[in-house]
Design a protein around this ligand. Structure first.
Ligand SMILES: [Zn+2]
Length: 140
């Protein structure tokens, strides 16, 4: 005959096993839901994220596109001229995976303003370097 203590132990073990099973089922369901959403997103024209190609980040948080696994069109308003533009999935993929851009940076300028900003920056750099060159003592 089993002791009460042993019976209680068996009941407790069964309860734990059932709990573990439920947790596993919930986990599997969540994974399947994610996979399902991922496939729908790809079918909608979103582009798969290759996490291994991303620049490493020191942040503890994870960007939305990494959690989701896809780049989706991101509408934004240009901070310089106020025009509405869409940052396309392929542009994002290029920025994050090829150019190794910061994973927490997003597009803020339209194409035209980006070109202008790039020209302004390179002009500023040239002026700065020319200034430095003037300060250097002449080489004799
Ligand atoms: Zn603009």
């Amino acid at each position: 005959m089993k002791s009460n203590k042993r019976k209680r132990g068996e009941i407790e073990a069964k309860r734990r096993k059932a709990e573990e099973w439920r947790r596993m089922q919930a986990q599997r369901a969540a994974e399947q839901r994610r996979l399902h959403e991922y496939r729908i997103a790809l079918a909608r024209g979103e582009v798969a994220v290759v996490t291994s190609a991303l620049a490493p980040s020191n942040s503890y948080s994870t960007p939305d596109f990494v959690l989701r696994g896809t780049y989706r069109p991101e509408p934004f308003i240009c901070k310089d001229c106020g025009v509405a533009e869409v940052w396309t999935p392929l542009q994002q993929k290029w920025w994050y995976e090829t150019a190794k851009g910061d994973v927490f940076m997003k597009a803020v300028r339209c194409r035209a303003c980006r070109t202008k900003e790039r020209a302004r920056k390179s002009a500023a750099r040239r002026v700065h370097l020319e200034g430095l060159a003037r300060k250097k003592p002449p080489v004799s």
